[in-house]
Design a protein around this ligand. Structure first.
Ligand SMILES: *Cc1c(COP(=O)(O)O)cnc(C)c1O
Length: 418
């Protein structure tokens, strides 16, 4: 079970044979019978101190077997000894800041922009009692003070696909733990812990779940760092629901295939977008000049399925003309999604900071899904060339109620061409 695809299918399922089941069991119990209350007390104490498991789960805010199986599978894919799951990616980021900064009394974070807008907003808000200094990679060492508890980076970065050398940031951070948001790359393409990251964060809402129907987050790390994260999770109640744990665990089985297929589509679309007269800047790690440090092959196993581009025309008009691609935030789903970061995901980042970090106001972010690449290209080319009719008009003869629109607008008559 050493290779990625095999691990993705079999990880976290060690106990299924003994249980005599084939599919992952979903344990919805909120509480567990404790005939011996003194023994139950020991289990509770153990879990409250951050243990991965105990003789009884006691109560599902302390431990859940379905979620624990997902954590074990994700840790195996990231090559860490543990993982701790949360109710959303933002709950996971919050828990890392609480464990690395608030608990040890080091209320300062150093972060390299751009990062996901929600993370940026959390770190800027002061909500958790931490102060954040934004620095370039070269300035990370100088920005660190004795009060610094965490360095935060994202690579490939949301939304402009900047690539950072994780090992170089870790070297500059010295003793300060580094959190890498690995949501865009997924464990299929990058394992930040192997390059020295202390915390590897995923919004499981994206590629891990993969179908746009589950919200969750997870942090892969060494067992010594997992304990405090579990303590934070118990205290704050930022738990992942077992149904979410089940869906993300099931998603892992197809993760390598989904990422590889979407990446092929994204690489093709990036090349065609770069040659299209309707685009300006096009960002994808596969394009010439996008990887000056040579990180693909050394740190990143492939360019991934996220890309970004600017348009000659108003980006809002271009998005309105799309007939197939879903205009929506989020990413990593089976269907292709497009969004305008300055208007949506990165709206709460101050304009000057957003521009300075290489995210122009007109940038569009595309999460390439699993559709036929020729259909995606036809849609993008139409929209960029002023010919697309938009999702509403593309519905033949319909100007109907919302529920019909939303269910049938993605439908296309089967086109049989080989
Ligand atoms: C979506 C996202 C998050 C936040 O995750 P949620 O599950 O929405 O809370 C964090 N980082 C990145 C890179 C994301 O794309």
């Amino acid at each position: 079970m050493t290779r990625l695809r095999t691990m993705a299918v079999h990880g976290g399922r060690d106990d299924l044979a003994d249980l005599g089941v084939h599919a992952l069991p979903i344990d919805l119990s909120t509480t567990y019978p404790i005939p011996d209350q003194a023994e139950g007390g020991h289990a509770l104490q153990h879990l409250a101190e951050g243990a991965a498991h105990a003789a009884s789960p006691v109560y599902s805010r302390l431990h859940n077997p379905t979620v624990a199986r997902f954590e074990q599978a994700l840790a195996a894919l990231e090559g860490t000894s543990a993982a701790v799951a949360f109710g959303s990616g933002m709950a996971a980021v919050t828990a890392v800041v609480q464990a690395a900064c608030v608990l040890p009394g080091k209320p300062h974070v150093v972060a390299v922009r751009p990062i996901y807008g929600g993370t940026d907003h959390l770190l800027s808000s002061g909500l958790l009692g931490v102060r954040t200094t934004y620095a370039s990679v070269d300035q990370v060492g100088d920005a660190i003070t004795p009060q610094t508890g965490l360095v935060v980076i994202e690579t490939p970065a949301n939304p402009n696909l900047d690539l950072l050398d994780i090992a170089a940031v870790v070297a500059r951070a010295g003793d300060v733990p580094v959190m890498v948001d690995n949501t865009f790359a997924t464990p299929v393409l990058q394992n930040p812990a192997a390059h020295g990251a202390t915390y590897v964060l995923h919004s499981g809402t994206k590629y891990l779940g993969g179908h746009g129907d589950v919200l969750g987050g997870v942090v892969a790390c060494a067992e010594e760092h997992a304990g405090p994260l579990r303590q934070v999770r118990i205290i704050t109640g930022a738990v992942l629901h077992p149904l979410g744990g089940y869906l993300m665990h099931r998603g892992l089985a197809t993760l390598p295939l989904r990422v590889e297929a979407a990446q092929r589509g994204a690489t093709e679309l990036a090349a065609r977008l770069a040659a299209h007269p309707g685009t300006g800047l096009v960002r994808h790690p596969s394009l010439p000049g996008a990887d000056p440090a040579g990180l693909i092959g050394r740190q990143l196993r492939g360019p991934g399925a996220m890309l970004a581009f600017t348009t000659r025309e108003d980006p809002t008009a271009v998005v309105r003309r799309l007939e197939l691609i879903t205009p929506a935030v989020s990413l990593g789903s089976v269907d292709t999604l497009i969004e305008h970061p300055a208007a949506l995901t990165h709206r709460l980042v101050p304009d000057t900071a957003r521009e300075a970090s290489g995210v122009p106001a007109g940038l569009l972010r595309l999460s390439v899904g699993l559709e036929d690449v020729e259909d995606l290209w036809a849609d993008l080319d139409r929209a960029l060339s002023g010919r697309g009719r938009g999702r509403d008009q593309a519905l033949s003869g319909h100007c109907e109620q919302d529920y019909i629109k939303s269910s049938s607008s993605d439908f296309r008559e089967p086109v049989v061409n080989h």
